[in-house]
Design a protein around this ligand. Structure first.
Ligand SMILES: [Zn+2]
Length: 150
């Protein structure tokens, strides 16, 4: 069943660094985006529409205190083997190596075919209630995870 249009869509920007420095990287990006007019306080700055098409309603820093899996919530996500295309939802080991029961291939999370994309991370900058998923600037090495929330 497709998600209802009333569900909010958030974008998580997740640094590739899984160390405790990830929260500092999020803080640095937050300050840079404030300086560029993308963010103001915990809301959109006057240039928010130049960052995300359609803008966003709120922004926040997410610091779960451990490495977590950032993934879609409402409607979940599909995960497939990049070699043979088999569904891997049951055998997914997001923190380690996932072994495909069909072809025997072993893959890190980053190599799997996940739709929508997922990411491991230790912190994220969250743009809440975005107008679209078209984001103009993604820092090198960062991933963008869309999350439909109830
Ligand atoms: Zn396979």
């Amino acid at each position: 069943m497709p998600p209802r249009a009333t569900h909010r869509l958030d974008l998580h920007l997740v640094p590739g660094d899984l160390s405790e420095a990830a929260a500092e990287a999020v803080e640095a990006l937050w300050r840079a985006w404030e300086a560029q007019g993308y963010l103001a306080g915990r809301g959109p700055g006057e240039r928010a529409g130049a960052l995300v098409e359609g803008g966003f309603a709120h922004a926040r820093r997410d610091d779960p205190g451990a490495v977590v899996l950032y993934a879609n919530q409402v409607g979940g996500f599909q995960v497939r083997c990049p070699e043979c295309g088999s569904g891997l939802a049951r055998s997914l080991d997001w923190a380690g190596t996932t072994v495909c029961p069909s072809c025997g291939g072993a893959f890190a999370l980053e190599a799997l075919d996940c739709r929508p994309p997922v990411a491991r991370g230790r912190a994220s900058l969250v743009l809440m209630d975005v107008g679209s998923t078209a984001i103009a600037e993604i820092p090198p090495g960062w991933r963008v995870v869309m999350r439909r929330v109830g």
